[in-house]
Ligand binder design. Structure first.
Ligand SMILES: Nc1ncnc2c1ncn2[C@@H]1O[C@H](COP(=O)(O)OP(=O)(O)O)[C@@H](O)[C@H]1O
Ligand SMILES: O=P(O)(O)OC[C@H](O)CO
Length: 498
């Protein structure tokens, strides 16, 4: 028999990926499939849960076939997923009762405002570490129970299941045998008390959610169960689960307090490991559970940017300015600077540190001399500026001046974006060889549980630098750009009056 491999299932916002890793943490085979984004009305974003499942299981089968192995040679499966996205299904039939409401969806903004007016902001922050925003699952779940005919009654009768994407995938992989989530995913629902790591009864009452529809909360690394035999012709242990950003933090081996990573995917997510302490932010960042392994919980501070690489996708699919995401780099590099153009990609509101549900995308500074290249450059800068503002907030919270940052995610492949980012920060950023750190993190979590890897120390050595980016732009120019960026953000804010 060949060397056994670990299978990571990475269910992202725009695509499902399956990656086989070997013992050295190297990618052996990858399969990926995009799936449908559904925009029923401005500000709403949905996925079909059955498409999430079918795309995920088909890439899993495909990658095993590509490798020419059987399920017997897969030591374990690790699952990582887009977080907060909310799915409700019928316990008996297994059929979703509504589309998945995606983390980017803003339909519950008004309800969040009402909760703020009623004075719930502080309690929610204390218990969950989160900001009161439509981003998280609780208000989306309430929306489904309130708007799908018969849902509330069925929920009261214990006939429904609620889950984030991890829960849905495990349910499907085990043919309905296991109804679980892990602490990192649970911490994004706004229903988990991050200090006790239990579903919070007061919050369940506030959001009017019956406890019996919630999954059991598990650690991030343990043998939860096995896949149904019919899927891979053999049972494979499911042994790791983590939200994609926490998985990336682990995959980047940011395992000691103070270490920071930023992922440039659909959104951008900057996380700092704070060890066993749940540090409360004074600068509008989130406190979140990073993982729980061997009974020990690790927390992180997080800054979430809703639109990162998605801004590039919008140039491609919305404006049709480019044919592929990579092309943005060539176009943006064809001009020396942004020509005075600033793009705030608040296409689904602004996340940290502004948390403005009503902000919308804004392009300012356009003149007769503005070209598609300036817009492309302003797009890359818009992504980098949002991350820059998170770093400023993180520095203020942690009391550390300049952070060493590890980057990953699809858009971190762009050297130009990474250079712009380092220019804005004024410090070095480091890109590792493996950009698929999210999947790698899930693989590590699963591999640790089944003894494929013995310890975190053993894995630590597998993290290898691809390239460092050092700041090149003078600070005066950066300060001037930051001034205009802040003006542009002001224009983007509170655009929707509802
Ligand atoms: N070479 C590239 N240059 C710039 N952006 C890129 C490049 N390759 C991919 N991207 C961007 O990266 C994003 C995809 O990253 P990925 O980590 O796969 O996202 P997700 O996990 O959120 O689905 C897309 O938004 C895409 O526009
Ligand atoms: O799918 P990604 O990689 O954009 O990640 C989405 C985040 O988990 C949302 O919180």
């Amino acid at each position: 028999m060949n060397e056994k491999l670990i299978l990571a299932l990475d269910q992202g916002t725009t695509s499902s990926r399956a990656i086989l890793f070997n013992h050295s943490g190297e990618i052996k085979y990858v399969s990926q499939k995009d799936f449908r984004q559904i925009f029923p009305t401005p500000g709403w974003v949905e996925h079909d849960p059955n498409e999430i499942w079918s795309s995920q299981i088909s890439v899993a089968a495909e990658v095993i076939a590509k490798a020419g192995i059987s399920g017997l040679e897969v030591a374990a499966i690790g699952i990582t997923n887009q977080r907060e996205t909310t799915i409700v299904w019928d316990k008996e039939t297994g059929e979703p009762i509504y589309n998945a409401i995606v983390w980017q969806d803003r339909r519950t903004s008004k309800y969040c405002d009402e909760l703020k007016e009623q004075g719930h902001t502080e309690t929610i922050k204390e218990k969950t570490g989160l900001v009161l925003d439509a981003y998280f699952s609780a208000t989306k779940l309430k929306w489904i129970l309130d708007h799908v005919e018969g849902a509330r009654q069925k929920a009261e009768e214990g006939k429904l299941c609620f889950g984030t994407v991890d829960t849905w995938l495990v349910w499907k992989l085990t043919r309905g045998k296991m109804f679980i989530t892990d602490v990192s995913n649970a911490s994004r629902t706004m229903l988990l008390n991050i200090h006790t790591l239990e579903w919070d009864n007061d919050l369940l009452e506030l959001f009017d959610i019956p406890k019996n529809i919630l999954p059991e909360v598990k650690q991030s690394s343990e043998i939860y169960g096995e896949t149904a035999t019919t899927l891979f012709s053999t049972k494979i242990p499911i042994a790791g689960i983590a939200g994609d950003q926490q998985a990336a933090l682990f995959g980047q081996m940011c395992t000691t307090p103070g270490m920071v990573k930023n992922t440039y995917g659909t959104g951008c997510f900057l996380l700092m490991n704070t060890g066993t302490e749940a540090v409360s932010s004074k600068n509008n960042l989130l406190t979140t559970v990073a993982w729980k392994i061997n009974g020990e919980v690790n927390y992180a501070l997080e800054g979430s940017v809703f639109v990162g690489g998605a801004a590039i996708q919008w140039l491609r699919d919305g404006l049709k300015l480019i044919h592929s995401s990579e092309q943005v780099n060539e176009l943006a590099a064809s001009v020396e600077d942004n020509g005075g153009v600033y793009f705030v990609p608040a296409l689904t509101g602004l996340g940290a540190p502004y948390w403005d549900q009503y902000a919308r995308g804004t392009i300012v500074g356009i003149t007769r001399g503005t070209t598609d290249a300036h817009i492309a450059r302003a797009t890359l800068e818009g992504i980098a500026f949002q991350v820059y503002e998170i770093v400023k907030a993180m520095e203020a919270d942690s009391g550390r001046a300049s952070l060493e940052l590890r980057v990953d995610g699809g858009a971190s492949a762009s050297d130009l974006l990474m250079q712009i980012q380092s220019d804005l920060f004024g410090f070095k950023i480091t890109r590792p060889k493996t950009l698929e750190t999210t999947a790698l993190g899930a693989a590590y979590l699963a591999g640790l549980a089944v003894g494929y890897w013995k310890s975190i120390d053993e894995i630590q050595e597998q993290w290898i630098v691809d390239k460092d980016f050092h700041p090149q732009l003078d600070r005066e120019k950066v300060n001037k750009m930051t001034h205009f960026w802040k003006k542009a953000v002001k224009s983007a804010q509170s655009w929707i009056e509802d």
